[in-house]
Design a protein around this ligand. Structure first.
Ligand SMILES: [Zn+2]
Length: 94
């Protein structure tokens, strides 16, 4: 009985702590380093990797993962374009 209460208390503390952490990261600065924790490389550019247009210039910026690298593009057509020749576009990130 006592151990059950203890584990419930621990759960409450843990869920409270994770909520606090979530609030903390969402209000914190959006530094690229913050997202590297999960092993994903954040997309470093402000432009579409395919067209070099400003992201959002087409109104529907899109993102996806490619080999652990986050890729951002200005529209769905650019994803098809990227996947036809990923190496060509990934070179822009280096
Ligand atoms: Zn596009």
């Amino acid at each position: 009985m006592k151990t059950k209460l203890t584990s419930i208390a621990a759960l409450v503390i843990l869920s409270g702590a994770s909520q606090f952490l979530t609030a903390c990261t969402s209000t914190g600065s959006t530094s690229p380093a913050a997202t590297s924790v999960s092993g994903v490389k954040p997309y470093p550019l402000r432009t579409c990797i395919v067209t070099d247009n400003d992201l959002g210039s087409m109104g529907d910026e899109q993102r996806f993962m490619y080999n652990g690298q986050e890729i951002k593009i200005c529209c769905g057509d650019c994803k098809d374009q990227f996947l036809k020749n990923p190496a060509k576009y990934l070179a822009k990130l280096k």
